[in-house]
Design a protein around this ligand. Structure first.
Ligand SMILES: C[S@@+](CC[C@H](N)C(=O)[O-])C[C@H]1O[C@@H](n2cnc3c(N)ncnc32)[C@H](O)[C@@H]1O
Length: 292
């Protein structure tokens, strides 16, 4: 194995553990991703109906199954394969399917999106994936694998985050750091900018072979009941992006996050707290459609 592959596999193993460890708290993220999944599934359906004869759908990096839920709402009968590399997330998707009584056929598999082993070439008509390719190692390879399994004439529906650093966290974080006297706080991009900026996502999909690529940028609100709940989620529930911020803070400041939290909460409150106490965070996302 090449050393870059070994490095990526190490990164992937950490990614699997991080996401599995976060699975129970993922309902907080679903408040954001479920409505987006519904919009993306409806867009895909308007381009190529899921009810097309011989259709088969794949939710790549399914997490807790929000896209599967949207797909099964739009077209209960379409055969659906949901896969994710993290066992904890996949079992959330299975529980969701049971609770929502998804119609058969639906299948669940632990698969690495870089290598959708067992999924034959040109076998899927609707390949959907959201908020995975921008976060996972080797996104270009993932796109090539998506292209491999898609049938000619099939459609890709892809959602990505629109800013590589999660800027809604970055700005209050930097201001809080300055207030504490850590003037040089910096964090590297958490996602590949090629897979977050709309124009470059379009180029990247075309590079992987997709045609008729259409990209839409959107702002959406991510709500929490209160500042306390938003802070609890950010610091206590193991979100992989927040863990990266916490790690960068410790390295840069040499301090633990307990001194940082109240100052960050104040900055979050100034930016996002509403009069009724809710916290509403604007998030930039990108929706794409491509054809093979
Ligand atoms: C932000 S979550 C998105 C989940 C879901 N698609 C949604 O919209 O809520 C990212 C998901 O990608 C999965 N993931 C990360 N790297 C992966 C890979 N190489 N192959 C498959 N899944 C991966 C994670 O385990 C996690 O469930």
């Amino acid at each position: 194995m090449a050393s870059s592959d070994m490095k990526n596999d190490d990164v992937l193993a950490k990614e699997m553990n991080r996401w599995s460890g976060h699975a129970n708290a993922y309902t907080n993220v679903e408040r954001l991703t479920l409505p987006l999944a519904i919009q993306l599934a409806q867009w895909v359906d308007s381009v190529l109906p899921f009810a097309t004869h011989g259709a088969s759908a794949l939710d790549d990096g399914c997490g807790s199954g929000v896209l599967g839920s949207a797909i099964k709402t739009v077209c209960p009968a379409v055969p659906l394969l949901s896969c994710d590399v993290a066992e904890g997330m996949l079992s959330q998707a299975q529980s969701r399917a049971k609770k929502e009584q998804w119609s058969a056929p639906c299948d669940f598999q632990i698969l690495d999106a870089r290598n959708l082993e067992g999924v034959p070439d040109a076998s899927i008509t609707h390949l959907m994936s959201q908020y995975m390719i921008c976060l996972a190692p080797e996104p270009d390879r993932i796109a090539q694998e998506m292209y491999r399994v898609l049938k000619p004439g099939g459609v890709l529906g892809l959602g990505t985050y629109g800013l590589p650093r999660f800027d809604h966290v970055y700005y209050p974080w930097v201001i809080a750091a300055w207030k504490i006297g850590v003037l040089d706080f910096e964090i590297l991009d958490l996602m590949a900018s090629k897979w977050t900026k709309p124009a470059s996502v379009k180029d990247a999909l075309e590079e992987a072979g997709f045609k008729d690529v259409e990209v839409r940028e959107k702002m959406v609100d991510w709500e929490f009941e209160s500042l306390a709940k938003a802070m609890h989620y950010a610091f206590r529930e193991g979100n992989p992006a927040m863990e990266a911020y916490k790690q960068a803070w410790r390295e840069k400041s040499g301090k633990d996050t307990d001194v940082f939290e109240p100052v960050y909460a104040e900055e979050m409150g100034k930016l996002y707290e509403q009069e009724d106490g809710r916290v509403v965070i604007p998030i930039k996302v990108v929706f794409c459609i491509g054809r093979k």
